[in-house]
Design a protein around this ligand. Structure first.
Ligand code: AMP
Ligand code: GLY
Length: 426
């Protein structure tokens, strides 16, 4: 079997790692693979968003199955392109990917289908948005409607902050087209949960729920990032809560998408928050989460490849929950100094030889190999996943291993999983 992975971050390295375990004999290819993926697959030197060139390449190279990691190629219509030429591909069509690529669309879909989410208004006009913020007061959340590489949501504690966020998006166009429409929504308080539903558009297999750590600083302080670490399982995701996620969130969302002639086949990621008023959706994504995938897949016992191939070939899934090994996984992101603001690249990375083991996996994200050297090439550089019988052991092993990786300016959070550890201590 010849499998193409589109994308080259930590999530895609984790996909490669898992699919390789599911089908060791397969040949793997990836677009511009990072320094860790490169030794385990063949490199395809085409941009992930160049969907026309990629489908041509996939035909010439007899690819049997393609799996798309990031949202940008999905929003560009990579699945529509591949299907047109008869290539099996896992991911939603561009129309369905709007659930992530347009927050305005996603909020409207949720609102119409009665799916619990923060109250919101959508604006394209700056004075109207400013007036709304002054009327509502802080705290309040300002979001670019389009794709903004995880940086488009600003949680504002003062009206001033919210006014400056909306001015930078609608006035100064810091996110370009993506910020020409903004969603302003009510601030929700509670613990977050990431749920991955692998779906054929009607039925879903729910993977192990996990928890991301979005803020850059220890104790969840500082600006939002793409995610500084994650862990799974999460004890707030009880069987009752997951039943509610399925019946009140995932299933009605899939039905609403079908009714909107945008059936969703792929991985629907629900970003949830458990508030005092119950569970609410913060956002939907149309792909696997990063860094959550780096804890969910190492725990997954079932074959991911079987599920993905079934959906890509237009088959039906047996609804249920994917089996997970009875351990805890914690991943700690090692980031470049300055991230999530500007940071330098091309710093030499040193990873101690004995660091990697059966229970310590180093997923590369922003790395590249040049003339035998491993160098940084992004803000989130590596994700170190540790597996252990308890949250404390996994968290300590992950933070300890992250601390042993060296490059100029490297930093990580050493408190990933702190909420779960507090619960276990009580
Ligand atoms: P988003 O880009 O919509 O996923 O938002 C990124 C992060 O901002 C979320 O994971 C939350 O931590 C935070 N956030 C987004 N929307 C809200 C909200 N309405 N209330 C509180 N926090 C939010
Ligand atoms: N970890 C958040 C995301 O993948 O969007």
């Amino acid at each position: 079997m010849r499998i193409l992975i589109v994308g080259n971050g930590g999530r895609e390295h984790a996909l490669l790692w898992k699919l390789r375990r599911d089908e060791p004999a397969a040949s793997f290819f990836a677009t511009q693979p990072n320094g860790g993926m490169a030794s385990d697959c063949e490199s395809v030197q085409i941009e992930a968003t160049d969907v026309g060139s990629l489908s041509g390449w996939a035909i010439s190279n007899k690819i049997d199955l393609t799996i798309v990691g990031p949202e940008a190629p999905l929003a560009e219509g990579i699945v529509d392109h591949f299907e047109k030429v008869g290539l099996p591909i896992f991911g939603p069509h561009a129309r369905a990917a709007r659930i992530e690529s347009s927050k305005a669309y996603s909020k409207e879909l949720m609102w119409n289908a009665g799916i619990p989410t923060a109250e919101h208004r959508t604006f394209t006009d700056l004075p109207a948005a400013e007036a709304w913020i002054l009327r509502q007061g802080a705290p309040i959340v300002v979001k670019a409607s389009g794709l903004a590489a995880g940086k488009g949501a600003v949680v504002c504690t003062t009206e001033q902050e919210a006014l400056s966020a909306v001015r930078s998006m609608l006035g100064d166009c810091i996110f370009g087209e993506a910020g020409q429409e903004v969603v302003i929504e009510e601030f929700l308080e509670g613990e977050e949960l990431s749920v991955f539903a692998l779906t054929d558009g009607e039925h879903s297999v729910i993977l192990q729920p996990s928890q991301d750590h979005k803020r850059v600083g220890e104790g969840d302080t500082g600006p939002n990032t793409g995610g500084m670490g994650a862990y799974a399982p999460v004890s707030i995701a009880t069987p009752e809560l997951m039943e509610e996620v399925g019946s009140k969130i995932i299933q009605p969302t899939l039905r609403a998408l079908v009714e909107d002639e945008s059936p969703f086949q792929g991985l629907l990621y629900a970003g949830l928050i458990k508030t005092e008023d119950g569970l609410k959706v913060i956002e939907f994504n149309c792909r696997f989460g990063d860094p959550e995938t780096q804890v969910v897949l190492p725990l997954m016992q079932d074959s991911l490849l079987d599920l993905i191939a079934t959906v890509a070939e237009g088959g039906k899934l047996q609804p249920g929950v994917a089996a997970s090994r009875p351990d805890v996984a914690v991943t700690t992101v090692v980031a470049a100094g300055g991230y999530p603001s500007s940071y330098e690249k091309s710093k030499e990375i040193t990873i101690p030889k004995q660091l990697e083991s059966e229970n310590c996996i180093i997923f590369h994200a922003g790395t590249t190999r040049r003339e035998g050297q491993l160098l940084t090439s992004g803000g989130r550089v590596l994700a170190v996943t540790a597996l252990a019988p308890s949250i404390s052991e996994a968290a300590e092993a992950s933070a300890d291993a992250a601390g042993q990786i060296e490059f100029e300016g490297a930093f990580h959070r050493s408190d990933i999983g702190w909420r779960e550890r507090l619960r276990q201590d009580q």
